[in-house]
Design a protein around this ligand. Structure first.
Ligand code: SF4
Ligand code: SF4
Length: 413
């Protein structure tokens, strides 16, 4: 079964298979697919559609996709492999189905690796704001050990304070704060559910890695340059935040309202979680461009010690209009498209956004009647958000390239 490049670049047409010199191709007789043998990252994005048969079901095709993208060269025997995914907020049903995760886990076990599932706690106080409720939510959404055959280890500790400081000296971020267990892992496999996102236009690999692997302090750094703010109307002066802040940055005013001293605040974000009345909130950055650029820089930080030991997979299925952080998901904006895998975190997101935009909008979805086939679905969802900023900046700082080769696993017809 030959590999077929069905697209080159973002607007390219059908072309023949071409690879840069030095990339050795090995024919895998038993599976009939070709695979690169070295570990160099490339702009190749491997694509599996969702067609399947008795002989070749979707799990088999997922395995082929991982082989094609070079999983065997990225993961070594005895590696501790972090599978970074989003377990879905309670009530959300659009996240990646556990049966796919189980298949990837088993494939990693066959290579002698030790995979674990991971995510970092959220900045806001939802059902994944601390490790206890996060684990409970993950299990309730189907990610129990008995199902996925691997443990879930929350990357940034009980309350999101367990981070590693990663110096990167980029334009916006000098030091990034990443969930410690992810930094300590030998290899990273990002498993992103590709969907719309209210701040970045779409959420794919860069969002899953850059924002998703950040500890609470790192998430706050990306969302805001400022300390959290107290909503005085909601504050009842209980003093819990005062007692909890280990930097003595919070005090109570004469009117029994919490006050945050920005000189002392280090932006850990813990008081947001601790307040029982939801009176402390993020000062959301109004500058979406800077937010997206910081997210790309955080992706750089996560990959700093494992650039040759990382693989990215986007599930372009149930493409919901908004993030899986909500306790609901609206109807998909396009029909299910497939799964893509790459060693280039920029190329895979560019390919994914192009695949979505090439499709018809789904009938009955929130964008139905507002956008045509080939038009930008994410701009239709969020007209003020330019999603290309994250890709441009990621390319600029050397994470990868927006020019890609989309290689289908299907036989050339
Ligand atoms: S924990 Fe919340 S309600 Fe209590 S003092 Fe702090 S801000 Fe006010
Ligand atoms: S963000 Fe952290 S350091 Fe700042 S006030 Fe809240 S708990 Fe204290």
């Amino acid at each position: 079964m030959p590999l077929e490049i069905i697209q080159a670049g973002t607007l390219g047409s059908r072309t023949s298979l071409s690879l840069s010199s030095g990339n050795e191709i090995l024919l895998l007789e038993e599976r009939g697919i070709k695979r690169r043998r070295n570990t160099m990252t490339t702009n190749e994005v491997y694509f599996s559609d969702l067609r399947s048969s008795m002989k070749r079901n979707l799990l088999t095709k997922l395995g082929e996709l991982l082989d094609s993208a070079g999983l065997e060269n990225i993961v070594s025997s005895r590696d501790l492999v972090a599978l970074k995914l989003h377990f879905g907020e309670k009530g959300n049903t659009a996240f990646i189905r556990p049966v796919f995760i189980r298949h990837i886990v088993d494939q990693l076990h066959s290579l002698g690796a030790f995979p674990f599932l991971t995510d970092a706690n959220t900045l806001y106080a939802g059902t994944r704001g601390n490790s206890v409720s996060h684990l409970k939510t993950a299990i309730e959404n189907g990610f129990a050990f008995s199902v996925v055959n691997a443990p879930v280890i929350i990357a940034d500790g009980l309350r999101g304070a367990a981070y590693a400081s990663v110096p990167i000296n980029q334009e916006h971020v000098e030091i990034a704060y990443i969930g410690r267990e992810i930094v300590e892992a030998d290899a990273l496999i990002s498993l992103a559910h590709f969907k719309g996102h209210e701040l970045s236009g779409f959420g794919g690999t860069i969002k899953n890695v850059g924002m998703g692997c950040a500890a609470r302090k790192g998430k706050l750094q990306q969302h805001s340059d400022l300390s959290p703010k107290v909503k005085a109307k909601k504050c009842v002066g209980c003093g819990e935040c005062v007692a909890h802040c280990s930097h003595e940055a919070i005090s109570l005013s004469d009117e029994k309202k919490a006050i945050i001293n920005p000189e002392k605040c280090v932006g850990c974000g813990e008081c947001i979680l601790i307040c029982p009345n939801g009176a402390i909130d993020i000062q959301w950055s109004k500058d979406i461009a800077i937010f997206q650029e910081k997210m790309a820089e955080y992706t750089f930080a996560v990959l700093k010690n494992k650039r040759e030991k990382s693989l990215f997979i986007n599930f372009i299925t149930q493409v919901s209009p908004a993030c899986d952080c909500y306790g609901h998901n609206d109807a998909p904006i396009v029909p299910d498209i497939g799964i893509v895998a790459s060693t280039d975190p920029v190329a895979i997101d560019q390919a994914s956004v192009d695949l979505v935009n090439r499709h018809d909008p789904a009938q009955g979805s929130c964008i139905s009647g507002r956008v045509k086939t080939g038009e930008d679905k994410f701009r239709a969802l969020y007209p003020k958000i330019d999603w290309s900023i994250q890709l441009d900046h990621a390319e600029k700082i050397g994470l990868g390239t927006r020019k890609y080769e989309l290689i289908s696993l299907e036989k050339k017809k």
